[in-house]
Design a protein around this ligand. Structure first.
Ligand SMILES: [Zn+2]
Length: 330
C-alpha cells in the first residue's frame, strides 16, 4: 500500500462512513441511470425502505423484497467494498487486489472477485469503444505467470496460450483441409487433427480434450505421424504439419497497425502493479488498464454508472470466461 492509496481511501471513508451510506450511493447511481425500482411480486412502485436497508416493503401487496434484485449489485454483501473499489478506480488510483484486500480489510478472494467483475464491466464498455484496437493475445506471453483453471496440469501458466491456439483451430475447423492429403482418417484421428495446431499441443491436453484412453490416443498419434500429418516434439508435444495457418498468423502479426506502444505500456503496467497475470483474464486486465489510462472517460461517477448499467451478474460467467485468441486494447 502506498500513501496515495491510503489518502484516497481515508477520503472515501470520510465521504461514506458506513455500509449504509455506500448502499445509498449505489442506489442513487441506479436512480441516475433510470433504473426503476418496482416490487418483484406486483410491480408496484410504492416501495418503502429505511436509510441503508437492503429490503423494501411494498405498500400495495405487502411483499418484502431485495432492493438491489436484478441489478449488477444483486449479490453483493458489503456495499463498502464495492463502492470503495469503484471509488479508487474512478480516482485513478493504481491498486491491485492484494493491496485492496489489505487496505479495505477484506478477504483476498473477495478483493480479486470484485476487481475482476469491475474489469468485466469495463470490458463490456471496451467492446463498444470506437477507438479500441485488436491484437493477438500471444503478444502478452511474457505476462502469463499466474495459474488459472485453464492452465494444463503440471505446466507453466504460459502454456495456456497453446490451449487457446488449439481452441482457435477448433473454431476455424474449415481452415484445416485434410482432403488434400487424400487420407481417409478415422473419427478419432479427425478429432486429433482438429486439436493439434501449428503451435505445440501437449499429449495430456489432447487426452483431456478427447476423453479417450491415452493408449488409444498414442496409437492414433503414431499413425498420423507415419502419415506425415503431424510432428512429434520433445516432451510429448505435437504440431500439425500444414503450413497454412502459420502464414495467416504471420500476416496478422506483421500488420502495421499493431498497437505496439499500448502493448508495451500495458506490459509495464502489469509488471509494476500486478507482476503477472493468468492468460485466462488477460482481456479483463486490458480493460482495467483502459480505466487507469483514460482518466477523462472513467472519472467520478462514470464507473459506478457503468456498473449500474451492466447486466453482468453471475460469478459463474467469471469462472467460465477465457480471454479470446484476439484481444481488444484501448
Ligand atoms: Zn408489491
Amino acid at each position: 500500500m502506498n500513501s496515495q492509496q491510503k489518502m484516497v481511501w481515508r477520503k472515501f471513508q470520510q465521504t461514506f462512513p458506513s455500509d449504509e451510506h455506500c448502499l445509498e450511493k449505489i442506489i442513487s447511481g441506479l436512480v441516475k441511470i433510470g433504473w426503476e425500482f418496482t416490487c418483484s411480486r406486483c410491480f408496484s412502485k410504492a416501495l418503502k425502505r429505511k436509510f441503508g436497508e437492503r429490503r423494501y416493503f411494498c405498500s400495495d401487496c405487502h411483499y418484502r423484497g431485495w432492493i438491489l434484485a436484478g441489478t449488477f449489485f444483486e449479490f453483493i454483501r458489503k456495499s463498502r467494498l464495492w463502492l470503495g473499489a469503484i471509488w479508487l478506480f474512478e480516482n485513478g488510483i493504481q491498486i491491485n487486489a492484494w493491496q485492496f484486500h489489505r487496505l479495505a480489510d477484506c478477504a483476498y478472494s473477495t478483493a480479486l472477485m470484485i476487481f475482476r467483475k469491475i474489469g468485466f464491466v469495463l470490458n463490456e464498455n471496451l467492446e463498444s469503444f470506437e477507438n479500441a484496437k485488436k491484437t493477438l493475445s500471444e503478444n502478452f506471453l511474457s505476462l502469463f505467470w499466474k495459474r488459472s483453471n485453464q492452465t494444463p496440469r503440471g505446466e507453466h501458466p504460459v502454456m495456456e496460450q497453446d490451449c487457446c491456439d488449439q481452441l482457435d483451430m477448433l473454431t476455424n475447423e474449415e481452415s484445416i483441409d485434410l482432403t488434400e492429403n487424400n487420407k481417409q482418417l478415422t473419427e478419432e484421428q479427425n478429432a486429433i487433427m482438429r486439436l493439434v495446431s501449428e503451435n505445440k499441443v501437449h499429449f495430456d491436453q489432447i487426452c483431456n480434450s478427447l476423453q479417450l484412453l491415452s493408449g488409444q490416443i498414442m496409437g492414433e498419434l503414431t499413425l498420423l505421424e507415419l502419415d506425415d500429418l503431424i510432428e512429434r516434439h520433445p516432451g510429448n508435444f505435437f504440431t500439425q504439419k500444414s503450413k497454412k495457418n502459420t502464414k495467416e498468423l504471420n500476416n496478422i502479426l506483421s500488420d502495421a497497425s499493431l498497437p505496439r506502444q499500448q502493448i508495451d505500456a500495458f506490459c509495464d503496467f502489469v509488471k509494476s502493479q500486478i507482476h503477472g497475470i493468468s492468460r485466462k483474464y488477460l482481456q479483463v486486465y486490458l480493460a482495467i488498464f483502459w480505466c487507469v489510462e483514460d482518466r477523462k472517460r472513467w472519472s467520478s461517477e462514470k464507473l459506478l454508472q457503468a456498473c449500474c448499467r451492466s447486466n453482468f451478474k453471475s460469478s459463474r460467467l467469471l469462472f467460465q470466461y477465457v480471454t479470446p485468441f484476439e484481444v481488444l486494447i484501448s
